[in-house]
Design a protein around this ligand. Structure first.
Ligand code: C5P
Length: 325
């Protein structure tokens, strides 16, 4: 039997420009992702029992088990778990390869550190890590481009979690070009991620965008070289570039998020913005110490469930270990 462990990062969108929906209901996006040091770890193991089993354990920032989220993940239909859906796609390919005899049974363990339903791509990071892990487990030899192609069939943010670093996403936000490679040794941007007390569904935010904002949506253009340079530079440059077209619709659905944004601004964040489709709010800090001070202050704000310091840009999905067991 073999066991492979892989990890993939959650993200924040530094910019998120949204166009009017196409006939399939999806929205063209021009977005710049930054991978964060909050990572999902997916461990896959061949198993004699056929089928795919999944167990998810969620953690709080202090490393203790988040019992409520762990229970909620156990209640989830495994067929909707993105790690399972990713593994099943590669399982079909493995059935034709040298590991065919061991491809029928798989157990997956997900160690979750990216907040659930927060606009930080936790589910997509599960899929990205599962793709990388299963590619290794069954020695499929799929390259980055092939994983990206499979990834985008699972979710629009999966390619960003595969790529890591600071990356431009076009199309549905799922066609990537890396602007700056992830580097764990250099934390370029420090954030405090402010979690809301209740999740917000991504389709509902896009629907609200369609109701009010889509009509005035400007034509989408890729960032200029100067904008790319500013996005990849330090926080004093970045603070002027942050933009999110989903912030207005998300705030209409959840007016209390304006209180979170105001609290973070008053506490001295360099800039404050909704993360992706929310409801997490991202507050930009000067440095690691400032992020920790902001987190301590903002964890008491009435609309904030939890304040988590994070930094980027982190590496994309990668293998952590491979073992014969
Ligand atoms: O691709 P994913 O399943 O993560 O997308 C979730 C939902 O977000 C979609 O069902 C769609 O409603 C919306 N979406 C969109 N346009 C995009 C990406 C996502 O409308 N480019």
């Amino acid at each position: 039997m073999r066991e492979v462990r892989a990890s993939a990062p959650g993200k924040v969108n530094l910019t998120l420009r949204v166009g009017a929906p196409t006939p399939d209901g999806y929205h063209p996006l021009v977005t710049v992702f930054e991978a964060l040091n909050l990572r999902e770890t997916v461990t896959v193991r061949t198993s004699k029992a056929p089928g795919v089993r999944v167990e998810t354990i969620a953690y709080l920032p202090d490393g203790s088990v988040d019992e409520a989220t762990t229970r909620a993940m156990a209640d989830l239909d495994p067929q909707t778990h993105l790690a399972v859906r990713a593994a099943r796609v590669l399982q079909r390919l493995a059935a034709a390869g040298p590991w065919a005899s061991t491809a029928a049974g798989l157990s997956i363990r997900v160690d979750k550190r990216v907040p659930v339903a927060g606009g930080m791509a936790g589910g997509s990071a599960d899929a990205a890590a599962a793709l990388v892990a299963c590619n290794e487990l069954w020695e499929l030899g799929l390259g980055a481009d092939q994983l990206e192609t499979i990834g985008r069939t699972l979710g629009a943010d999966v390619p960003a979690c595969l790529a890591g670093g600071i990356a431009l996403g076009t199309g549905r936000g799922d066609h990537m070009s890396v602007l700056r490679k992830g580097d764990e040794a250099v934390a370029q941007h420090h954030w405090v991620m402010l979690l809301a007390r209740e999740g917000l569904s991504t389709p509902s935010v896009f629907r609200e965008f369609d109701r009010i904002d889509a009509e005035q949506a400007p034509a989408l253009v890729n960032p200029s070289p100067e904008e790319v340079a500013a996005l990849c530079a330090g926080p004093e440059s970045l603070r002027h570039c942050l933009v999110n077209d989903l912030q207005a619709p998300a705030l209409r659905l959840r007016p209390e998020l304006a209180e979170t944004i105001a609290a973070a601004t008053d506490a001295g964040a360099l800039a404050v913005m909704l993360s992706g489709s929310g409801p997490t709010v991202a507050a930009l800090a000067r440095d690691a110490e400032h992020a920790h001070t902001l987190a301590a202050t903002l964890s008491d704000a009435p609309t904030v469930a939890r304040a988590i310091p994070a930094h980027g840009s982190a590496c994309g999905a990668r293998i952590e270990s491979t073992e014969a067991i």
